[in-house]
Design a protein around this ligand. Structure first.
Ligand code: FAD
Length: 630
């Protein structure tokens, strides 16, 4: 029977947060792109928390935006509350988080995708990949249709052989009861791809009318909203916002959970998959932190169009009667009505050590992957991987160099490097503590770090790039103006300093030196700086940070220079480590298996010691001078 047969440049399997970014990147670079999903109604679905961003995740979204991705713009158009987190701490951990109207978020992303040239959306389950001589040539759907492609990007998320579980109820479906994708895993295994079984969980959604908010702490958004996207006009995001609410579990909640652990699929072994350590279920928290007498519960609106409220911090897979009992012990939820039960979901994903830093399978040329399928967890982690995998599939088709960001350039670089060099036996979630150079990788300077790369890829417009060059110049000029502007010891200056409990001047100094004082900053010194030019707020912010943290930034730049030295020591892709006699057996095995690109990456592989690295450095040096063979 003849099947449907079509040809495209690239196929993207998945329309979740990873698939959307991958498909947009490929289509916007002019490639004929087909994006598959099991349900067109689930494009950019948010099956869990109703927000984008948060600690370190906000950094990822801003970096994605700087490079030319879509998530930042999409949330700026659909948020219902926005907050800059950790503002009382240093700028390295400031991070934006915005509550989304989930339906608007999906609708907005769908509109953008449906109106993108070179992009075809197809509701069909991809069930097979075809590989010839180590190169991907086709993807096939369950209906038997054949799509000839030059590359494919797998972004299947939590759908591969998905199973949703609570209590002794187990449904072979994807999130929100959507169809699972049950056929592709076998094809991937047949091509030698190593698969893992992971799990994650979500809390119940409850009816707002059944909540007593008077027993909770109201959480407001910021008065002045900062947009996620560097292209969004800040004025356009100043709007009315909704509130979130904070309440807590208590000993009664914990006792109900302890009394029913035998009915928890998590503890009865009914759940095989490995869950995220940093996103634990409430039963996990009660068991792991027995001394804690309460856990936070964030009650968040799912959107303006519904009364559904999300109970953040209480994800679970306990039976529904236990869910009711435990939720109703929480202040404000005494009469709560559950709209959707909490549940856990198990799904297939890959061992990401099978990927290069370009997110291409080492064994199958032209096959790329991104998102939860790579063993990560979170919308933001998924979106940045989808983008990078899409860009690199496009680069390969266009015969251009892959785009690889290292750990000193971006959180995206840290995320991907961790996935492709470190063993991840549980869903990987980004955290600021994972980034060595986090003072340089701030969310406020993502455009200064990455816009140029987005422009060179071809996903940032000339106009946006011009704006960046102007901003860079304005920052430099203002910093050097402050360094050149002398301040004397006049009465007005001394009065200003004492007003701000700042040490009086014994002799003249510069404005820049005053900015460095902990009790002062660039914004406060306007009074002493009559010739100050009118500058946009984002430029002022950079001027203030660059001067205030100059010493720390310099030190971190020196550390980066050391880091780069090892990153630039390339290792031939086909290097055989068994040739290096004094390398330890474990190191030889690990290095031959993972084939790191450079010495820096080799040094981050667990089981490879600093001594092994020194041996390797000497051997590679000898090889460069004609001794040693590889
Ligand atoms: C129940 C639940 C709880 C979660 N809890 C958390 C949490 O607590 N913290 C957190 O950070 N993240 C959580 N997440 C994860 C978060 O939702 C994901 O990280 C994010 O959605 C991943 O995006 P993605 O693009 O990789 O995949 P998804 O958003 O899952 O999208 C996958 C896409 O692939 C399509 N697809 C899959 N297989 C095929 C196929 N064979 N053929 C065609 N199309 C296919 C689907 O239709 C869908 O469009 C949770 C997810 C779920 C479902």
């Amino acid at each position: 029977m003849p099947y449907l047969e079509e040809s495209y440049d690239v196929a993207v399997v998945g329309a979740g947060h990873a698939g959307c970014e991958a498909a947009l990147a490929c289509a916007r670079l002019g490639l004929e792109t087909i994006m598959f999903t099991v349900s067109v109604d689930s494009i950019a679905l948010m099956p869990c928390n109703p927000n984008v961003g948060g600690s370190s995740k906000g950094h990822l979204v801003r970096e994605l935006d700087a490079l030319g991705g879509e998530m930042g713009k999409n949330i700026d158009k659909t948020f219902i509350q926005s907050k800059m987190l950790n503002e009382s701490k240093g700028p390295a951990v400031h991070s934006l988080r915005a509550q989304a109207d989930k339906q608007s978020y999906t609708r907005q992303m769908r509109q953008t995708l449906e109106n993108t040239e070179h992009l075809t959306i197809r509701q069909a389950e991809v069930s097979e990949i075809v590989v010839e001589d180590g190169k991907l040539t086709e993807v096939k759907t369950f209906s038997g249709a054949v799509y000839h492609v030059k590359a494919a990007v797998l972004c299947t998320g939590t759908y591969l052989r998905a199973r949703c579980i609570y209590g002794d109820v187990s449904n072979p479906t994807g999130p929100n009861g959507l169809q699972a994708a049950n056929h592709l895993t076998d094809s991937l295994k047949a091509h030698g791809i190593e698969m893992y079984r992971f799990k994650t969980g979500t809390p119940a959604r409850v009816d707002k009318r059944s909540i007593d908010f008077s027993k909770m702490e109201e959480q407001f958004g910021d008065k002045k909203v900062v947009p996620f996207s560097f292209s969004t006009d800040p004025e356009s995001v100043q709007k009315e916002q909704v509130s979130c609410w904070l309440t807590y579990t208590n000993e009664q909640t914990h006792q109900i959970i302890r009394d029913n652990l035998d009915r928890s699929p998590l503890f009865s072994g009914a759940i095989e998959g490995t869950g995220p350590r940093y996103c634990p279920s409430i039963e996990d928290k009660v068991v792991k932190f027995p001394d804690k007498n309460r856990h936070q519960v964030f009650v968040e609106p799912e959107g303006l169009y519904t009364n559904e409220m999300y109970l953040g911090g209480m994800s679970s897979s306990l039976p529904e009667d236990v869910q009711y009992a435990m939720y109703r012990t929480v202040p404000g939820l005494e009469n709560v009505k559950i709209v959707r039960n909490a549940y856990a979901i198990e799904y297939d994903c890959i061992n990401s050590l099978q990927l290069t830093a370009a997110l291409e399978f080492k064994k199958i040329k032209g096959l790329f992957s991104g998102g939860q399928f790579n063993g990560s967890s979170g919308y933001e982690e998924a979106a940045v991987q989808g983008f990078m995998a899409g860009v690199n599939a496009a680069m390969e088709i266009l015969g251009r160099e892959p785009v690889i960001l290292d750990r000193s350039q971006a959180y995206i670089g840290v995320l991907i490097d961790d996935l492709v060099t470190k063993e991840n036996y549980e869903p990987y979630r980004m955290m600021t503590s994972r980034a060595e150079y986090r003072l340089l990788l701030r969310q406020d300077n993502a455009d200064l770090r990455l816009r140029k790369i987005g422009y060179e890829i071809g996903l940032i417009s000339e106009e946006e790039y011009e704006k960046l060059l102007w901003k860079e110049k304005a920052i430099q000029e203002e910093v050097s103006r402050l360094e050149r502007t002398n301040i004397g010891t006049s009465a007005a200056v001394q009065e200003f300093l004492s007003l701000h409990s700042s040490t009086l001047l014994k002799s003249g100094t510069t404005l820049a030196e005053l900015v460095k004082r902990p009790e002062l900053d660039y914004f406060m010194l306007t009074e002493l700086d009559p010739n100050r030019p009118q500058l946009p707020e984002d430029v002022q912010e950079q001027v203030n940070i660059n001067i205030k943290y100059e010493g720390y930034i310099k030190r971190q730049m020196q550390q980066v220079a050391q880091f780069k030295k090892l990153e630039n020591k390339k290792i031939p892709a086909d290097f055989d480590y068994s040739q290096v006699s004094s390398l330890r057996k474990e190191a030889v095995q690990k290095l031959n298996h993972l084939k790191p690109m450079n010495i820096g990456q080799a040094s981050r592989i667990s089981g490879v010691s600093p001594a092994d690295i020194s041996v390797l450095l000497v051997y590679l040096e000898q090889m460069r001078h004609g001794g040693g063979k590889h």
